[in-house]
Write a protein that binds this ligand. Structure first.
Ligand SMILES: [Zn+2]
Length: 360
């Protein structure tokens, strides 16, 4: 069946090629590679999806979600690293932090913004595996453009649009990047949907890892419901320090965040129950538009998670999303098994079509 959901695209994702991650101090091959988006695009367009080029946007939509200090850092990080000579001495060809303003270091003091190009990344990055190279900023900006264009298609009347973007975004917070994410594409899309008229928006994150970024960005807001189903971080999985069921939002946002942590090895039944719970809660919050943060790394066989969801599970999740009845912006997050990610995304999009999200 041809997917009726348009695929929004930018070739500029290929400008970001992190090549490696620094994990437990060791340089290991990157999992978040350019081939990911190309593999997904091939599978989805082979099924007949229309390709819509991303429109470029100025910085306004990014500033609505991220601190200007983070945006300024990301825009100049590679240039500053190169100007400091770090690719030659000590021979590090990507921006990687080595010191962090840990709460235990600062003990309540406000940290300096470090003058040294080798210290500054620690002010903005919360791990060592999210490297910046030449083109990372341009690709991250393009990914946000892809998400914004998809949001604008949906605000303009399409029932659904798919943002085939990378680098992914769902671990990026208002002021920090990490987890292979730089700009929070799903949060940027949700904020845009709000501005274009949806009084309440939901972000439902089905990536195998906790959607900590949207949780944090919208923590005190009632107009953007956030929900995430993921492998339990407390059981040993990224982002390790948060993502529990007790995190429900605060202030005006109290009750507008829901986490469903699953044990390693959870399969379709448990995962779909979690997806259904998030969608029901989104419905009860009266969302008029939905952002589906679609990581497909919950699939059995993905190298980055221990969940055991099948392609049929992803198709059924799509049907549940389609049945919600709200227009949906699908934003690509994780998914690292190059042989299967395209089919998993296609199965989800076809499920959305089948569930009622088909464009009129
Ligand atoms: Zn993930």
């Amino acid at each position: 069946m041809a997917s009726a959901i348009p695929l929004v695209w930018s070739d500029d994702h290929r400008l970001h090629d992190p090549a490696a991650e620094i994990w437990v101090g060791v340089r290991t091959p990157a999992a978040e590679v350019p081939e990911r988006a190309d593999a997904i695009r091939r599978a989805v367009t082979a099924a007949g999806a229309e390709v819509v080029p991303a429109a470029s946007h100025d910085g306004t939509a990014l500033e609505a979600v991220h601190d200007s200090a983070l945006l300024a850092f990301l825009a100049s990080a590679w240039r500053d690293w190169e100007a400091a000579g770090l690719p030659e001495d000590p021979g590090q060809d990507r921006v990687v932090p080595y010191i962090f303003p840990h709460p235990g270091l600062m003990d309540g003091l406000e940290p300096f913004l470090p003058a040294a190009a080798w210290a500054r990344p620690g002010a903005f990055c919360f791990d060592t595996m999210t490297l910046i190279g030449p083109g990372t900023w341009e690709a991250a900006r393009a990914a946000a453009d892809v998400a914004l264009t998809a949001a604008e298609l949906v605000a303009g009347g399409r029932r659904a649009a798919y943002a085939c973007c990378r680098p992914p975004g769902h671990h990026a917070t208002r002021g920090a990047y990490g987890g292979s994410c730089y700009l929070n594409n799903a949060a940027i899309a949700a904020q845009r949907l709000r501005e274009l008229g949806a009084a309440r928006v939901g972000i439902v994150d089905v990536d195998a890892h906790h959607g900590n970024g949207a949780q944090s960005i919208f923590w005190e807001r009632s107009d953007v419901f956030t929900g995430s189903v993921h492998v339990d971080p407390a059981a040993g999985w990224f982002p390790h320090f948060l993502g529990g069921a007790a995190e429900r939002g605060a202030g005006a946002g109290a009750g507008a965040n829901v986490n469903v942590p699953l044990p390693p090895g959870a399969d379709d039944r448990d995962w779909l129950r979690g997806v259904g719970e998030l969608l029901e809660t989104a419905r009860s919050h009266g969302v008029e538009a939905l952002v589906l943060a679609l990581g497909v790394d919950a699939a059995g066989g993905d190298p980055e998670s221990p969940l055991e969801v099948t392609a049929g599970g992803f198709r059924e999740a799509g049907r549940l999303v389609g049945r919600l009845g709200a227009p949906v912006v699908v934003v690509q997050e994780g998914g690292y098994d190059l042989a299967s990610i395209g089919g998993l995304v296609l199965a989800t999009l076809e499920g959305i079509d089948e569930g009622g999200g088909r464009n009129a």
